[in-house]
Design a protein around this ligand. Structure first.
Ligand SMILES: NC(=O)C1=CN([C@@H]2O[C@H](COP(=O)(O)OP(=O)(O)OC[C@H]3O[C@@H](n4cnc5c(N)ncnc54)[C@H](OP(=O)(O)O)[C@@H]3O)[C@@H](O)[C@H]2O)C=CC1
Ligand SMILES: Nc1nc(=O)c2c([nH]1)NC[C@@H]1CN(c3ccc(C(=O)N[C@@H](CCC(=O)O)C(=O)O)cc3)C=[N+]21
Length: 278
């Protein structure tokens, strides 16, 4: 069994980006990411800080906008409009989830597609599905990099995704299809889920339920990618996959932490650099 080291692979990518940014800077080009957080949910604060740290490491400028929980939708839209127009801001990231009184879809659509480094705007999503160049959703793009850089072939493989969210499951399907995988997307209305997941050569799990995928869902020798992110009874991070019992049946598996999570941030950094690449 190969343990896929997302921490190591994300470091490789960040080091490549750091070199590229140094060259860009020598040519007078700066990269700047605006990070917007509404409210102070502690989990969101951890992610936002990790993103800012990654920017500092690579040499990307970051500007933080920490708004109060009571911020109105209109105020947030006004800020996004201003950031869209700011020439020195290359990328805009609005940390999700937003407070319930703000319409997330409306906010995502307000971000200029040219600065949509999360890849969540409908224009980015459309480009992804028709194979046009554009910003790729960071978590799925990170998973493709994990597979490729671990020497795992996608072409021709039976790929099964558990979960169909707009930020993970759906864009994952588009990317695996682009890599010539045969793709099945499952969700909460899927009948006989186990029969389908057991067909997978590559099983991608993004359900949002703690250690849901046990050994009986997995074919012997499959590759298992765990996107889930939870805290267990002892407050330790764990995923959607019951790692301890599943790992021995796989040919390769990602741990939580140290798997997909760090890759999401590396790909966000890549999207930021992409804004000034051409
Ligand atoms: N590491 C990282 O970088 C990231 C990690 N995450 C983590 O990944 C997990 C998933 O996130 P996200 O995609 O946003 O989650 P969502 O809650 O948006 O989506 C969950 C999906 O799983 C499906 N599902 C739920 N229960 C079942 C079930 N019993 N059987 C089959 N399918 C089921 C749902 O189906 P239906 O559509 O029918 O409701 C839905 O499509 C979370 O733990 C999240 O924290 C998320 C983003 C990035
Ligand atoms: N606009 C927006 N874009 C996002 O990309 C976005 C978001 N909102 N909201 C929340 C989810 C979740 N997400 C993660 C990023 C990094 C780790 C990560 O670095 N995880 C580390 C552990 C971090 C820790 O110690 O808690 C790991 O798995 O090793 C996890 C999850 C991005 N998301």
């Amino acid at each position: 069994m190969q343990l896929i080291d997302g921490k190591k692979i994300s470091k490789e990518i960040k080091d490549e980006l750091k070199e590229e940014v140094a060259v860009l800077k020598a040519n007078g080009k700066e990269v700047c990411l605006a990070v917007v957080q509404v409210g102070n949910d502690p989990a969101s604060s951890v992610y936002v800080n990790n993103k800012k740290k990654a920017c500092a490491y690579i040499g990307i400028e970051s500007e933080s906008y920490e708004l109060a929980e009571e911020t109105t939708e209109e105020e947030l839209l006004l800020l996004i409009d201003r950031l869209n127009k700011e020439e020195h801001v290359n990328g805009i990231l609005v940390q999700l989830p937003l407070p319930a009184h703000i319409d997330e879809d409306k906010i995502i659509r307000a971000i200029s597609p040219d600065k949509d480094v999360d890849g969540f705007h409908p224009v980015s999503v459309g480009r992804l599905w028709i194979g046009e160049k554009g910003f790729l959703s960071c978590t799925p793009a990170g998973i493709i990099q994990l597979l490729k850089r671990s020497g795992i072939t996608i072409d021709g493989k039976e790929c099964v995704i558990v979960g169909r969210s707009n930020i993970v499951g759906k864009p994952m399907a588009a990317l695996l299809l682009r890599e010539n995988g045969t793709v099945t997307v499952t969700h909460s209305h899927t009948n006989n889920l186990k029969d389908i997941t057991k067909r997978a050569d590559i099983l991608i799990v993004a359900i949002g339920r703690k250690q849901f995928i046990t050994a009986d869902y997995v074919k012997e020798g499959a590759v298992v990618i765990d996107v889930g992110m939870h805290r267990d009874e002892n407050n330790k991070l764990c995923g959607d996959v019951a790692f301890d019992e599943v790992a021995e049946h796989t040919s390769a598996i990602t741990p939580v932490p140290g798997g997909v999570g760090p890759m999401t941030i590396a790909m966000l950094m890549n999207n930021c650099v992409e804004t000034v690449r051409k």
